[in-house]
Write a protein that binds this ligand. Structure first.
Ligand SMILES: [Cu+2]
Length: 339
């Protein structure tokens, strides 16, 4: 660490890589080729997969997702490649998003080299659980999962093939967010809160929503991780800070899928947030905290605002120092409205 001077950061972080400049050369050298990976951690923050919708005879929405299991080598830090097993070619898999009460149909094709499944954290029948005998399929096979979207919250899906530890850490996981239906709320105050969580609503458009999956990679297969990140690429949000308009509130959908380490955490610098454990309530389960911890598959929603802050670079990271130094750290580039 050669100091903490960030004055030489370019005003436009997209103009030039900042590797090695921010925070005293703590970052990796060089940049990951997101084009070759086929996914970019910056766009992954907001590229929700909402599927294809049609109206059922009973007036409900049928929402169909198409997911392929694909073997793919991905670059997780500059020059460090990992032989991943993916959903739709990306790690984490697509951030699926639905509305409470939708009928969901997930068409899952296994184009990979090993048996895989999709196990959803949600409420559904045993036949749809994605465990051996219930949707675990071999290479070249297809299975259709179908169930109702409930309960609303911030959930996840992952492959449940054995050995589970291997299939998880190879990259087979993703966010599964079910938005609350405002019409199901009786109290007007909760109707408004539910509307603010409903993707595509005018109330929701006021928020800056970010999808973050805390993950890690064991690149030498010794049962311990070498690279940690949110959304796979170590240091990605140091090299390209996340743009935040401070006039609008921020909501993060956060899940931890880190294998081999018992817990992970999220710490926000210079600010505090409200936390909705599992996202299944419309009132916070923790108020005014600056750090939460999550065991594997734990998840929740963070809400905060930089409205009263001066413009600047605000850090976020796991508060396990080892994780931070091995990649799980980033910056919010907080700015007021453009002059
Ligand atoms: Cu698998």
């Amino acid at each position: 660490m050669a100091g903490h001077d960030m004055s030489n950061m370019p005003s436009d972080p997209y103009a030039a890589p900042m590797s090695g400049m921010a925070h005293g050369n703590m970052t990796t050298v060089g940049l990951v080729d997101h084009g070759r990976n086929g996914f970019d951690p910056t766009s992954m923050l907001t590229d929700w997969e909402t599927g294809r919708t049609e109206l059922l005879p009973d007036g409900r929405t049928l929402r169909t997702f198409e997911i392929d299991a694909i073997d793919r080598e991905i670059e997780i830090a500059p020059g460090i490649f990992f032989p991943a097993w993916t959903f739709n070619g990306r790690v984490p898999g697509p951030a699926l998003r639905a509305k409470e009460g939708d009928r969901l149909r997930i068409v899952f094709r296994n184009l990979g080299s090993h048996p895989h499944s999709m196990h959803f954290h949600g409420i559904h029948s045993a036949r749809m659980d994605g465990v051996p005998g219930a949707g675990l399929i071999g290479p070249g096979e297809e299975f259709i999962y179908e169930f109702d979207a409930k309960p609303f919250g911030c959930h996840l899906y992952h492959c449940h093939a054995l050995p589970l530890k291997r299939h998880m850490h190879k990259g087979m996981y993703g966010l599964f967010v079910i938005d609350p239906d405002p019409a199901r709320q009786t109290d007007p105050a909760f109707t408004a809160i539910a509307a603010s969580r409903l993707h595509g609503s005018p109330e929701n458009a006021e928020w800056q929503e970010l999808a973050m999956v805390m993950n890690a990679f064991d690149t030498n297969f010794d049962g311990a991780n070498e690279v940690y990140a949110a959304n796979t690429v170590g240091q990605a949000y140091m090299n390209v800070p996340i743009q935040i308009d401070k006039t609008r509130p921020v909501r993060i959908y956060l899940v931890n899928v880190t294998e081999f380490d018992p817990i992970n955490s999220f710490h926000l610098h210079a600010n505090f947030f409200n936390y909705f454990d599992t996202g299944t309530t419309l009132t916070p389960t923790l108020r005014t905290v600056d750090l939460i911890t999550q065991c594997q598959a734990q998840r929740g929603i963070l809400e905060f605002s930089f409205a009263e802050h001066e413009d600047g670079m605000y850090m976020f990271h796991a508060h396990q120092s080892e994780f931070t130094e091995l990649g799980w750290v980033g910056m919010f580039d907080v700015r007021g409205p453009a002059a």
